[in-house]
Design a protein around this ligand. Structure first.
Ligand code: ADP
Ligand code: MG
Length: 571
């Protein structure tokens, strides 16, 4: 085929693919336009997971009727006119692509009235074909309605995630923008239900509660390192509030939601040594940098920026977080570090032992434990309990050395295998007093979708008002633990999961429930309980890790001990 310039329709659809990837990206572009227009109120309505309808209405400065046509044209923008402007961008948009892109992959309606116009104007477009501007009555501001997204691009439609996932993305997106712009009142309605409503009073905690839930929102620590050239504000979680993935690290740079490796690294370094391996904080940071020190024109969807001085931003963020953590915790950081440290062998000094003390002659005969004591297939030998350390670790002796067993991880493993042994069927136990659990809208939605699975696991849950549930029964394994937090833990798990309806969900849910039901670190156990735990662990098929893959035990072999004490190989 000879080289040809593409027909306009084709090139605009290809270009649209970059800007409008999924329903949430439509919402993002429309919300950003409303913010750029100086709106003080933004209303968002979503149906069919955003594929059927997305409508964003604002009370901003509007578009003059004479410019409506241009607004739908590619590379037409009111935000930038000269090359030099690119270095000083203060608006979220500047490429003039979003409306053009949407109008080529959906049916679009644009209605607008600037404050000084008597009447409003409307322009319709359908898969790239634009109609005529009509005069109609309209309130001040702009309303953009996108119907049947991707209806003319079946290939793209096929790759969309299910509606629930899209709804979750939209909810998370709007909640984050509401958080970033506390002086703007946001309302989000999905499938006719109100998911979020902020007053625009400047109180960020309102939106925080929509993003997480009221309980989490209350616990988040405030970061406020302003007054410097780089301003860092926002919220971070205390050390005992974590997630299993980095998905809850959110950064806004000059009002723009971005992903950035160095910001992520700065946060994780500030928390370094204070969180368990594989756990991550919840962080929402708003960073202000002088506009000439960031390049925002480096990414197709503007999801990344480039800093002129990365190091400075990095250390400003790290310092701000450290300060917030220290202000919150009066404990010296070192003490907080201890629980996260892995056991590291002490390196024996190279000198010969002091004279007069012959190590060899002091050696007791090794305690007589039969070498064949390992249970067939069990993976751990029979263990003799020696005691408990720090009300967290069991100390035991095996035929081949010393074992330190993490009581929580070990119990998790035991419960998990017990669950599995029941063939996935789980006993249920009614609560004497039903618990009322209030969730945030997104969590509530996820819970709705999982009610059947949860019922199989022994949770009996009834809707009880908006985003509120009555918990009537819980899995028998959880009796004695806090039933509300058990349910919350399960819901959190959905949130961390991109595709919660996959098959493995049940196994993961079970693991999550076991985690809740297991004895905690710091819990005193009677000697009999300690012994029983060791017996149960020995009987497990995979005793060396908890269901989440962390080790249940550390083994210090006789050989290692001898080396460390300089009895072997040191001379
Ligand atoms: P960009 O935001 O990059 O300029 P868009 O395609 O998103 O490109 O919008 C094109 C133009 O339409 C904007 O530059 C702006 O002038 C106008 N516009 C879009 N949405 C709004 C709105 N909600 N309020 C006022 N003007 C708008
Ligand atoms: Mg725009």
């Amino acid at each position: 085929m000879p080289i040809r310039v593409m027909p306009h329709e084709l090139s605009s659809q290809i270009a649209a693919g970059e800007v409008v990837e999924r329903p949430a990206s439509v919402v993002k572009e429309l919300v950003e336009n409303a913010l750029d227009a100086g709106a003080s109120r933004i209303q968002i309505r979503v149906e069919g997971g955003g594929q059927r309808l997305i409508e964003v209405t604002d009370d901003g400065q509007g578009i003059p009727a004479a410019e409506l046509m241009l607004a739908l044209q590619r590379h037409a923008t009111s935000k930038l006119s000269r090359v030099e402007d690119l270095a000083q961008i203060r608006t979220l948009g500047f490429r003039g692509e979003a409306l053009a892109a949407m109008s080529s992959v959906a049916r679009l309606s644009l209605v607008s009235r600037p404050p000084d116009s008597q009447a409003g104007a409307r322009l319709l477009a359908d898969a790239g074909h634009t109609g005529e501007v009509e005069t109609i009555g309209a309130p001040q501001g702009t309303s953009v309605r996108v119907d049947e997204l991707f209806y003319n691009i079946p290939a793209r439609r096929k790759f969309l995630k299910n509606e629930m996932t899209e709804r979750r993305h939209i909810n998370n997106l709007v909640a984050r923008y509401a958080l970033a712009y506390p002086l703007v009142s946001f309302s989000l309605e999905i499938e006719g239900r109100s998911m979020l409503q902020t007053s625009g009073s400047g109180d960020r905690r309102e939106a925080l509660a929509a993003l997480y839930d009221a309980g989490v929102a209350r616990r988040m620590l405030e970061v406020d390192a302003s007054g410097e050239e780089i301003v860092v504000q926002g919220f971070i979680s205390p050390l005992d509030l974590t997630r299993g993935s980095r998905s809850e690290l959110t950064f806004f740079v000059n009002g723009r939601w971005v992903q950035d490796q160095s910001l992520t690294a700065a946060v994780l370094q500030a928390y370094r040594g204070m969180l368990m391996v594989g756990r991550y904080p919840l962080v929402v940071l708003f960073i202000q940098v002088p506009t000439e020190l960031v390049d925002v024109n480096v990414h197709p969807t503007k999801a990344e920026v480039r800093f002129a001085d990365r190091e400075r931003v990095f250390s400003a963020v790290q310092r701000a977080i450290r300060r917030a953590l220290l202000a919150y915790s009066p404990l010296p950081l070192l003490e907080l570090v201890q629980p996260g440290l892995a056991w590291r062998p002490f390196t024996a000094p190279k000198e010969t032992p002091p004279s007069g003390e012959d190590a060899e002659t002091e050696q007791e005969p090794a305690a007589e434990i039969p070498r064949q004591a390992s249970l067939p297939g069990s993976g751990v030998p029979l263990l003799r309990l020696l005691g408990q350390v720090g009300t967290t670790y069991l100390v035991a002796e095996g035929p081949d050395g010393l074992y330190l067993v993490d009581q929580h991880a070990a119990h998790e493993r035991v419960l998990f295998e017990r669950f599995q042994a029941q063939g996935g069927r789980v006993g249920s136990q009614a609560l004497l007093e039903p618990a009322i659990v209030q969730l945030n809208p997104a969590q509530s939605e996820m819970l709705q979708e999982q009610l059947a699975t949860l019922a199989e696991l022994g949770f009996e849950i009834e809707p009880f008002g908006p985003h509120t549930y009555k918990l009537r029964a819980i899995p028998s394994l959880l009796i004695g633990s806090d039933s509300e937090s058990a349910l919350r833990a399960v819901v959190e798990d959905f949130e961390e999961d991109e595709t919660p309806l996959e098959k493995e969900t049940q196994a993961r849910l079970v693991a999550r429930i076991c985690k809740r039901a297991a004895v905690k670190a710091g819990q005193t156990l009677g000697v009999d309980e300690q012994r029983q735990l060791l017996r149960d662990l020995e009987a497990c098929a995979a005793p060396r890790t908890c269901p989440h893959g962390r080790p249940t035990m550390i083994h210090l072999s006789i050989e290692l001990l001898e080396k460390q004490f300089g009895r072997r190989g040191a001379r």
